[in-house]
Design a protein around this ligand. Structure first.
Ligand code: PMP
Ligand code: GLN
Length: 422
């Protein structure tokens, strides 16, 4: 097809890591600790709210307010206003989107222009890069680096840190935004206030935006607390905070997400939303609104799902870490989120009869081998890095642990045989 017949940035759909590895996992009927989604149902209170919504009369089956169903934007504003300690205007400062994906897409399209530089902290959720590029921006990468201890402690995502000097060196007069993700996918790092303050100070100094992807905000362990960068002094007016009901209520298929920020920023995102999706599914928003209303009342109590889900996941995290340790795959303990990365370097695999191209990163080969030969699906971590830094991190693979114990047991059975053969 001649170049005139298509637009820049649309040629690479076949390279998408999720498509590739979801397909392989299905083809090989692998135990699936790959793509991140629960293999159990959302809590009953949101399921009931959804059922009630769809049987509750004609309005729930028709369009709602384009920028967000009124009960949902009201409770989101109330909930997040309480956390950041400021009044959030439900009609001006909140936009409901088709999952966090569309919030990210609207943010990049609405805020990034041709030639703008966007600093992305690695490892990063893979869609940031093509989204920035499609908007005409130039991604500039800065990796979190593991600081090595004395080798006695279990490696933790908290050991992975940004160098303030390296980060500062990435700012130029063309820098428009910094993108962070806390708790981080795939690493599980939960940024501490001091770390966020370094980023915030640089954003303020250089007058740039911060796009903060906080979809795993309720999932933290070992007393780590999620902190919103938008709540730091001087950051509200320059931060877009992105969230997802998929992660919040274990309902990834509902595809309800949001962006919260100052009216000046959110109105730009609204313009994009209006040009593209215009309106999101009414009943799903209604159910998410009811879920948040319940959580608002129960906040901080043992009945709150925002307490119960991380408590349940904490046990799953321990279980997976011990399986991986036993198989010689050294895990990095995540402080948050529902993924765990593990170091494959002590495992030698003979890839010689294995169909893979020579230039494929080690973790891609390893994951393919694990799916095809062992029936266990995971995700290669170098997919979360820029081409410049991919090679430095291709010894890690990512496991998802928001799975039934029976699924984790099936993975354990595979990992046990695997370790015996080494
Ligand atoms: N950001 C991160 C870090 C994610 O892991 C995901 C999961 N897909 C998303 C955004 C997108 O979320 P959603 O499913 O709500 O579109
Ligand atoms: N966020 C999920 C993950 O990281 C799903 C990604 C996707 O489907 N694109 O696994």
């Amino acid at each position: 097809m001649s170049g005139r017949l298509h637009a820049r940035g649309t040629e690479r759909v076949h390279k998408n890591v999720w498509l590739e590895f979801a397909r392989l996992a299905a083809d090989y009927k692998a135990v699936n600790l790959g793509q991140g989604f629960p293999d159990f149902s959302p809590p009953e209170f949101v399921q009931d709210a959804f059922c009630k919504a769809v049987s509750g009369g004609h309005q729930m089956h028709q369009y709602t307010r384009p920028f967000g169903h009124p009960p949902l934007v009201h409770i989101l504003a109330k909930f997040f206003g309480r956390i950041v300690g400021r009044e959030i205007d439900p009609l001006e400062d909140v936009l409901v989107t088709v999952g966090a994906y569309q919030a990210l897409f609207c943010a990049f399209q609405a805020l990034i222009e041709e030639g703008d530089e966007v600093i992305i902290v690695e490892p990063f959720f893979d869609c940031y890069q093509p989204m920035v590029k499609k908007a005409g921006g130039k991604p500039v990468y800065v990796p979190l680096r593991p600081v090595s201890g004395d080798g006695s402690a279990v490696p933790s995502s908290g050991d992975w840190v940004l160098s303030p000097e390296e980060l500062a060196s990435k700012f130029t007069p063309r820098t428009k935004a910094v993108v962070i993700n806390t708790p981080n996918n795939p690493l599980g790092k939960v940024y501490k206030t001091e770390e966020l303050q370094v980023i915030a100070d640089l954003c303020i100094k250089h007058d740039v935006l911060c796009i903060s992807d906080e979809v795993y905000e309720w999932l933290t362990y070992d007393g780590n607390k999620h902190v919103k960068i938008a709540g730091l002094p001087g950051m509200w007016e320059r931060t877009v905070t992105i969230g997802s009901a998929g992660k919040t209520f274990s309902a990834t298929g509902w595809k309800v997400g949001w962006a919260i920020g100052s009216e000046q920023i959110i109105q730009r995102l609204k313009a994009m939303h209006q040009m593209s999706v215009f309106d999101c599914a009414t009943a799903a928003q209604e159910a998410v609104a009811r879920g948040f209303e319940r959580e608002y009342e129960l906040f901080g109590t043992p009945e709150s799902y925002f307490q119960q889900l991380p408590a349940m996941l904490h046990q799953k995290r321990e279980k997976l870490a011990s399986c991986l340790g036993g198989a010689g795959l050294q895990p990095v303990m995540p402080e948050g989120g529902y993924f765990m990365i593990a170091d494959t370097s002590s495992v030698t695999v003979d890839f010689s009869d294995f169909m893979s191209t020579d230039d494929e990163p080690h973790d891609f080969r390893f994951v393919k081998w694990l799916i095809k030969e062992k029936g266990l699906a995971t995700i290669p971590v170098s997919a979360f890095y820029s081409p410049e830094h991919r090679k430095d991190f291709d010894k890690y693979i990512r496991f998802c642990f928001i799975k039934e114990d029976s699924t984790l047991d099936a993975a354990d059975d595979i990992l046990r045989t695997f370790s015996q053969r080494q």
